[in-house]
Design a protein around this ligand. Structure first.
Ligand code: NAD
Length: 473
């Protein structure tokens, strides 16, 4: 077991109080991190405020160099990092590797983003231009499903925009983030990036802190609402990436054998603990029997187990609370007599938070497993008759994160996509995010956006400067 330290003002520090972190595959303690509280937060915020004075004046090239240094540090240590990530998060090695390399790639790509001045008026009367100025000190709060990707997608745009940041990982998955903190300690100027760990109770201290100017948060919709309230006191800027209940729509012309495996992974990657996982799959009645059978057959070839073991396709649920919630949803489906194509039958006792791959056969629209975000390896397949009907069913949700349409007729796919009330819709693929395209939720899936220029702008204020050219002075 290793002790990991917090990064505050360029130093790795602890306060002698510790939180234990478990491996969800075997419930063994794998590391300890500082249980930081108000004192550590105050020190981190003060360091970020001091660093902001000079960081906001740096050139784009200087910022880019620092961010590329972060990308390089992650890439050079990818082997160690992905193994550690599996140990604390549970995801299979291949998926942990994807997350680590993905985070390095995202940092490198986003280091190239620039916010150039925009000229509003340029004539004999006046020159008016809009420049973007950094908001200041950012508080970043991230969840446990993609701890590294989420940390990087907050740290990097903050730095590129000229802000400094205090980041709080989830108490369930802080180890890899703190190891990265150690690796980048001398890459980033002291105080620009601070990473502190603590219980959930550290979160409200961040959102309410009077010297933090902006909160960028990824997590559940319930917590997102509390953040909005907490940030209201001094009108902090906020970006919220929240929950989803993404619908996939499969039209009758889709090739059953070709889409079965892709649909499976669109739901079961990271054991279904993905905000943009397909959480409801609507299949046209003409191909429903064949496709549901093909997905269930494929599911039987996928091994559920310890993510560090070769051959594992689906790891454990990341933590006990989420594990119990997923089991509760399966029990609810059983109690209501819904049909299972696979799963739902294994005794969940024993060590590790394993849930068998579970696929439900056409449960009703008001079933909890359809209406709620399951965030686990349980997928409902539903039959539909007409496109109008399925669009209405897909949109019948308080969430609006993403969705997908599967069809050979891509024009038809786009026509359907344009009627879905979500921030992203994929045609014939899933979970593809571009560092250059805005990612954000409609309705209760979010507020604002991350990624791309739109995401970068959220770390800035617009400032308009006008020069009167024909002034009588
Ligand atoms: P969570 O909301 O429980 O916790 C997220 C973070 O918020 C953690 O760091 C936690 O310590 C902190 N926190 C908890 N209470 C807080 C409070 N009152 N004030 C401030 N911070 C607080 O979410 P989770 O269970 O870690 O993650 C799962 C959820 O995240 C799912 O709903 C999922 O859909 C969502 N998610 C969304 C996206 C996206 O980009 N839209 C991505 C990943 C996960």
């Amino acid at each position: 077991m290793t002790d990991y330290k917090n990064l505050i003002d360029g130093e790795m520090v602890d306060n002698g109080e510790w939180l234990e972190v478990l491996n969800p595959a075997n419930e063994q303690v794998v590391g300890r991190v500082p249980a930081a509280g108000k004192d550590e937060l105050d020190r981190a915020v003060a360091a970020a405020r001091r660093a902001f004075k000079s960081w906001k004046k740096t050139s784009h090239e200087e910022r880019q160099q620092v961010v590329q240094g972060i990308a390089a540090a992650i890439k050079e240590n990818a082997d160690e990092l992905f193994r550690l990530l599996t140990t604390e998060q549970g995801k299979p090695h291949a998926q942990a590797q994807q997350e680590i390399y993905g985070a390095a790639g995202l940092a490198a790509a986003q280091s190239t983003l620039t916010l150039d001045d925009v000229v509003n008026q340029d004539d004999d009367t006046r020159l008016s231009r809009t420049r973007r100025v950094p908001v200041g000190v950012v508080g970043g709060i991230v969840p446990w499903n993609f701890p590294i990707m989420m940390a990087i997608q907050k740290i990097v745009p903050a730095l590129v925009a000229g802000c400094t940041i205090v980041l709080k990982p989830s108490p369930f998955t802080p180890l890899t983030t703190l190891r990265i903190a150690e690796l980048i300690k001398d890459v980033v100027p002291a105080g620009t990036v601070n990473i502190i760990t603590g219980e959930d109770t550290l979160g409200p201290l961040i959102t309410g802190h009077p010297d933090i100017d902006k909160i960028t948060f990824t997590g559940s919709t319930a917590t997102g609402k509390k953040i909005m309230e907490g940030a209201a006191g001094d009108l902090k800027r906020i970006t919220l990436e929240l929950g989803g209940n993404d619908a996939s729509i499969v039209l009758p012309d889709a090739d059953v054998q070709k889409v079965a495996e892709q649909l499976f992974w669109s739901s079961f990657s990271n054991a279904g603990q993905v905000c943009i996982a397909a959480k409801r799959i609507y299949i046209h009645e003409d191909i429903y029997d064949d496709l549901s059978k093909a997905i269930a057959e494929y599911a039987k070839t996928v091994v559920v187990g310890d993510g560090s073991q070769q051959g594992t396709g689906v790891g454990p649920i990341q933590n006990k609370k989420q594990y119990e919630r997923v089991l509760e949803l399966i029990q609810d489906a059983k109690d209501n007599g819904y049909k299972f194509l696979t799963g739902g039958d294994k005794d969940p006792s024993g060590t590790g938070y394993y849930v068998p791959i579970t696929i439900l056969d056409n449960p009703p629209e008001d079933a909890r497993i359809v209406a709620e975000e399951q965030f686990g390896p349980v997928m409902p397949l539903m039959k539909f008759e007409s496109v109008d009907e399925v669009i209405e069913r897909a949109n019948n949700s308080e969430y609006g994160l993403a969705g997908a349409v599967w069809t050979k007729d891509t024009d038809k796919g786009v026509e359907i996509a344009e009627q879905l009330e979500t921030g992203t819709v994929w045609i014939n693929e899933f979970m593809q995010l571009s560092p250059f395209a805005p990612f954000g939720g409609h309705k209760q899936s979010g507020f604002g956006a991350e990624y791309g220029i739109d995401g970068l702008k959220e770390f800035t204020y617009p400032q308009v400067i006008t020069v009167k050219r024909d002034a009588a002075v």
